[in-house]
Write a protein that binds this ligand. Sequence first.
Ligand code: PNW
Length: 485
Amino acid sequence: MRKSRMALPADFLWGFATAAYQIEGGAAQDGRGPSIWDTFSKTPGKVADGKNGDVACDSYNNADQDVALLKSLGAKVYRFSISWPRVIPLGGRDDPVNEKGLQHYVTFVDKLLDAGIIPMVTLYHWDLPDALDKKYGGLLNKEEFRLDFKRYATVMFEALPKVKHWITFNEPWCSAVLGYNVGVHAPGRTSNREVNPEGDSSTECWIVGHTLLVAHGEAVKVYRDQFKPKNGGEIGITLNGDWAEPWDPEDPLDVEACDRKIEFAISWFADPVYFGKYPDSMRKQLGDRLPEFTPEEVELVKGSNDFYGMNHYTANYIKHKETEPEPNDFLGNLETGFYSKSGENIGPRTQSAWLRPSPIGFRKLLGWLSKRYGYPKIYVTENGTSEAKMDDDEKEPPFPEILEDEFRCEYFRGYINAMKDAIVEDGVNVRAYTAWSLMDNFEWAEGYVTRFGVCYVDYEGGQKRYPKKSAQVISDLFKSLIKTE
Ligand code: PNW
């Protein structure tokens, strides 16, 4: 049967995503060193259920099972991340490489390719070697960090020539804001002395953001100069950001605040990557607390994306503020909420306080980004949801009912169709999509309480994986949307 011509291109890549610290476990195996997340999650009070990633989904010891699972779902691509302290336990440019740790990823990539699955590799998904944080302040130290990251990236490019899709950093906004302003992610620095004894929310997040951009540019340059010519392949950064709707659509100041919200979240990183400078709205509010790019840094950062990596989950209503911005504000002097002036709810609640589904917001944000950045090739590298627990006792449904995740199925139907509309009707250039997440995993400060997987993980039963209904829904949906010719 001939499929509709209103479909996704035959070479569209779809699959699932994960991150090293969230799934690997094997924390003390084969010479892996600690990351800032090992340290942070073992600090009392930092993670909801007091747990950590020591075992997680034990993916370090279950490569065959994970590859078989991906294959059974028909995935064409798998996005996963490398644990830097597994490869270089102390992290630094003069520190030894741990061959066993490195070999794990070489073998894993081969297994994926043997199964016909394309690897998409994130170099940094938040698990900085703890030794670098202790030695020189980690991401706060631009000159040290950029060189250590460059060396780590070079080791990985050298070891994995078969990988053709590289992501430098996952969600620098989260590293900077959650790690150095709010303090709820590692290393947990903030001005809020009830949360942490050290940190300055008014300056550190902007410094860290700058470090990440420069280090990204550094790794891209190495890849383009030394590896791309012989291996082919491409490299980019993955940015997260929500769609913004005005609280009062009749108020031009709320409408303007929506753009400012997206600029503070996304253009903070995307403007330097595409235009070589920070957004005017940020410079205006932050003044010299926002670092300046040196000419050498502009050279590195501007034009450093071969594709735009997009993580997207939710939308907010935005209300401008009349007062002067607070020194620790990172939103752009505005309020975010789930209700509009007329009382409309943006979407149903989930288990994640920050996440409410709004598929139309995905289509709108794809359009906003495409217009601003010249219709770049986009890879959607994360999209997904948790499910609200049963109202009365905050318990999750028992196994196997938990596999019938109709709420998540509806989320994916809505979001994937919204993306399809953006592609076929609005002309945005999305070429890949990886759902978050392949399986339930360590959800950072929420521990194992919140499940994002399209496969259930039985943490008490040897980490066995069971596909939920949503895994099949995604698979069937893409099969029906992709042109077969
Ligand atoms: C992303 N927020 O994190 C991460 O890339 C994943 O590792 C994570 O598991 C997933 O989304 C689900 O949370 C985010 O508060 C964490 O806006 C928090 C926020 C956004 C993204």
